[in-house]
Design a protein around this ligand. Structure first.
Ligand code: ADP
Ligand code: ADP
Length: 229
């Protein structure tokens, strides 16, 4: 079953074409990893899916519904799309718990006790139950990114988008974040991951998409892509 379908997506900034006619399907429960050099349009594609930027042409469907059509409630769409950013984007004046609670409280309109329970559940899921009351400044990069993941999970998204989630981390902290992502994949979360971590791609991806200069140059399951040198 297809959860996310990207159909003939193109995006330009001025005269520069960034994405050229990208078509991509993501099935329920799959982890799709996008690999490609910097400046290839990977982030731009995630921003199109998240409705943070508008494509020039092409259509994006979430659960069969076109999300970039006229008259679509963008905030309603974003509720169902969890986003994890390279640089975490946590509120530094809020505790880990409060960062994770915001969505359930403000967007899902849960009552505070319920939102708190939900946030604690997600913090436990990423192994940070005992850090709930610490501020981002008191956490390592890996812990901050796990808070970022918990915050996205707290919305019960249909799909999680990861934009180079480990690129801002010291090498020794990358593993703990990939571990959480591996666990989510094994739990059946649908994920679209932009990363340079080839080991993760090879082990966890159901499908790897190689992008270069705004086009998909190759895609397929890791076994097919890695068997020839
Ligand atoms: P990647 O994620 O693969 O590194 P990006 O999607 O971030 O690539 O960027 C692709 C290209 O688009 C880059 O050359 C970048 O400078 C350019 N770009 C991204 N956003 C904008 C923008 N708002 N205006 C103009 N150019 C942009
Ligand atoms: P990332 O590589 O993490 O995707 P970028 O550094 O490419 O982020 O982009 C950060 C922000 O700057 C984005 O909002 C993007 O749209 C904008 N941006 C990136 N490149 C350009 C550019 N060449 N001209 C104008 N805006 C840009």
């Amino acid at each position: 079953k297809t959860i996310l379908r990207i159909e003939n997506l193109s995006k330009s900034y001025g005269h520069t074409t960034i994405l050229k006619d990208i078509t991509l399907d993501i099935n329920e429960g799959d982890t799709v990893v996008i690999i490609g050099p910097s400046g290839t349009g990977k982030s731009t594609m995630l921003r199109c899916i998240n409705l943070l930027t508008k494509p020039n042409s092409g259509r994006i469907f979430l659960d069969g519904k076109e999300i970039n059509a006229h008259g679509v409630d963008e905030n309603e769409v974003r509720k169902h799309i969890g986003m994890v950013f390279q640089d975490f984007l946590l509120f530094n004046h809020l505790t880990a718990l409060d960062n994770v609670m915001i969505g359930p409280l403000k967007v899902l309109k849960m009552d505070p006790a319920q939102a708190r329970l939900k946030a604690m559940f997600e913090l436990e899921r990423v192994g940070l139950k005992d850090k709930a009351n610490l501020y981002p400044g008191q956490l390592s990069g890996g812990q901050k990114q796990r808070v970022g993941i918990a915050r996205a999970l707290a919305m019960d998204p249909r799909i999680m988008l990861f934009d180079e989630p480990t690129s801002a981390l010291d090498p020794e902290l990358i593993g703990e974040v990939l571990e959480v992502m591996r666990k989510l994949a094994s739990e059946g979360m649908t994920m679209l991951v932009v990363t340079h971590e080839m080991g993760f791609a090879r082990e966890v991806a159901d499908k790897i998409v190689f992008m270069e200069s705004g086009v998909v140059v190759e895609e397929g399951p890791p076994d097919d892509l890695f068997q020839h040198p």
